[in-house]
Design a protein around this ligand. Sequence first.
Ligand SMILES: CCCCCCCCCCCCCC(=O)SCCNC(=O)CCNC(=O)[C@H](O)C(C)(C)COP(=O)(O)OP(=O)(O)OC[C@H]1O[C@@H](n2cnc3c(N)ncnc32)[C@H](O)[C@@H]1OP(=O)(O)O
Length: 484
Amino acid sequence: MLSALKGSKEEIPDELVSQVLGEVRARGDEEAQNANAAEIRQALETMKIMDVVRGKAGLGGHNLKDMGEHKFWSTQPVPQLGEGPPIDDGYIEPPVPRDQVQQEGYTLPKDFEWSTIDINDPNQLKEVYDLLSLHYVEDHDASFRFQYTADFLRWALAPPGYFKEWHVGVRVKSNKKLVGFIAGVPLTIRVRKNVFVSCEINYLCVHKKLRSKRLAPMLIKEVTRRVHLEGIFQAIYTAGTVVPTPVSVCRYNHRPLNTSKLVSIRFSFVPRTTTLARMIRTNKLPDALTLPIREMEERDVEGVANLFAQYMTRFDMIPHFNLDEVKHQFLSGRGTGDVVHGRREGQVTWTYVAEDPETHKITDFFSFYSLPSTVIGNTEYPVLEAAYLYYYASSASWEKSKEEYKQHLKVLMGDALIVADKARFDVFNALTLMDNVEFLSDLKFGKGDGYLNFYLYNWRTAALAGMEAIGDREAGRGVGVVML
Ligand SMILES: CCCCCCCCCCCCCC(=O)SCCNC(=O)CCNC(=O)[C@H](O)C(C)(C)COP(=O)(O)OP(=O)(O)OC[C@H]1O[C@@H](n2cnc3c(N)ncnc32)[C@H](O)[C@@H]1OP(=O)(O)O
């Protein structure tokens, strides 16, 4: 989510670091005497993440309230704040038979009505696009706002087996204007040892003029009812905001591609210790790819599916994609027509594979997607072209040699950056999930000031550590779901 978007600005304040350093030194033992500001800063950053995971007030955290203040979330089957890890993983509320699910839609305030959005109707798709492009997620100082394209939404909202009824709109009764939206799509996930069908919720949006009127809980309850009608009782979702209770939290990282534009639109800043020219030189990428990779094709679907399933076993929360889903996720967003400047008309996803020259088995793949943002109030550069790292997999084995594995991931992702650069993206974003922390700093990603919280609805499990919090000691143990 975009609360993420910008480069590092919001660090742990120096005064806090000095204060804690003073307190530690006052302990007087040898370890305390050797403590330094950098270690304290790092520890505080880690605490900040872990506290949010535990649902406590993180240092400088936003939107953190006591459970009782969450009028809506305190009524929902989600782990409540401060609850502590469960003894066993499992649902919070048992499933109910379809005929016991409320059959009629919830009653909206009198001026509004429900509307199921048909995303295959270009006019309705455009209505969703218009709502989101003016009212969806902005960063904390309203400089950037996600601008999901109609092509993107058509791709993201219609995976195999999707339910039209899960695309829920709210319209003004009198003029039919779309003022609220929430979407669900089915997704089979594994959380630690349990595999279950869930609903992936995204694109919750209420028109700016109708905020704080409790329409969001209505949208959430209505989509929940419609998901229950399909016999599905769990959901997965992400948000920049903290509500009860994150199962994990990851941090955004940003790799500048078009450095001068990023500085001009105030996405990045030139630190006092360097110059713009030096930053441009440092961020320049080579022209040639390192690995013999090529775009994924239809014939690769099975190979990619097998490699993906095998690779993802190392993470604790992952999607299970069948062949149709692999095809949809990695191929169906490739756009149409000829490639011009690294992209096709309407291209949403880029997927590249490497194959063994002898066996022709797929040995690696990576993918990223295009999610532009409006640069609010900027006429020279109205749009920030951002690529986001999506899924990847490699047959390089961590178990065999951790160093070789890390080097290999670095080369693979370095090629992803080169492909994105050729397709004229301005920045390449990635979260601290999967094994990303293994290559982020080496590939010159900078830490962003945004965190993304991961949530499960009606499922209890102990918190999954965000990779940044656990470091590489436990690489491969955390989140393996990438949400759009
Ligand atoms: C089994 C199937 C289950 C399916 C459902 C699973 C759950 C899915 C959950 C949704 C996953 C969404 C994933 C995404 O799309 S995350 C993206 C969310 N969208 C935006 O940030 C876009 C810009 N903002 C807006 O459009 C509005 O501010 C929204 C619509 C977000 C809230 O509208 P408004 O500002 O007018 O507020 P209200 O007066 O109506 O309602 C206030 C209540 O709503 C709770 N709230 C606010 N924001 C969020 C949020 N992002 N996740 C969960 N809850 C949220 C809030 O804590 C409070 O409850 P409580 O604190 O008092 O208890």
